[in-house]
Design a protein. Structure first.
Length: 233
């Protein structure tokens, strides 16, 4: 496992914890709002459903946030003579970040909310640089329109883009994240070939409470399923 973090913030996420929980009304909430939705079933019956919406969605935007699935690659032909990197490539770039809603350290992709007048593509590039320090290029044809993160609870929509990060490039040799003041993020990577196995091992770590983001597990599961199904094609 390869791990990096912003200067002065290493290991900070392991010291964080929740200290209190209390009910919160819409008038006190800054980022989220609770709504009641009335809908009609197939037999004409009118019913209600509670949902959570983000108060931060930008005017005119169809998505709330952008997500970056970043793949680290390193071609042997492009390596310098003094390169001592023995890591296996390609690798998946991931983040560890303390998330108060789950009271633990979330293992997730780089992602963030759109800024005013910012497109999902611009947001993805900005978040990748700010949260990880890496510079990459989107892989053509591998960008989703939008997807809902949890349709049973709310209307948060996110656009995902797959980026390739060339580890031979000078700007990716010593990446320096630029986290906001209240962000404590640790960046690490895992080899694609053993991704699902290593994620499961991480979740079983007795020292820390890791919470695996469903999108990361779905990605790892898809790779594993493709590997197993290839023998049937």
């Amino acid at each position: 496992m390869s791990t990096t973090g912003a200067p002065g913030q290493k290991h900070a996420i392991y010291k964080m914890r929740n200290t209190d929980e209390r009910p919160l009304g819409n008038h006190d909430s800054k980022w989220l709002k609770l709504q009641s939705v009335t809908y009609v079933e197939s037999d004409g019956t009118s019913k209600e459903w509670e949902r959570v919406v983000r108060a931060s969605r930008q005017e005119g935007a169809t998505v709330d946030a952008a997500c970056v699935i970043a793949i680290l690659t390193k071609k042997r032909a492009g390596r310098a003579e003094n390169d001592t990197d023995t890591l296996e490539y390609p690798r998946l770039l991931l983040l560890k970040q303390y998330r108060p809603p789950v009271g633990g350290i979330s293992v997730e992709f780089a992602a963030g909310l759109l800024d005013p007048k910012e497109s999902p593509e611009e947001c993805a590039m900005r978040e990748l640089k700010e949260e990880t320090g890496y510079t990459g290029q989107p892989i053509p044809g591998w960008s989703s329109t939008f997807a809902c993160t949890d349709a049973g609870i709310g209307g948060t929509f996110i656009q995902s883009t797959i980026y390739e990060i060339d580890m031979n490039r000078p700007e990716n040799q010593n990446p320096e994240p630029k986290h906001e003041g209240d962000e404590y993020i640790e960046t690490f990577s895992l080899p694609i070939s053993t991704l699902r196995t290593e994620l499961i091992e991480l979740m079983n770590d007795p020292k820390h409470k890791y919470i695996l983001d469903a999108r990361v597990m779905a990605f790892a599961g898809g790779i594993e399923m493709a590997r197993r199904m290839s023998s049937f094609v």
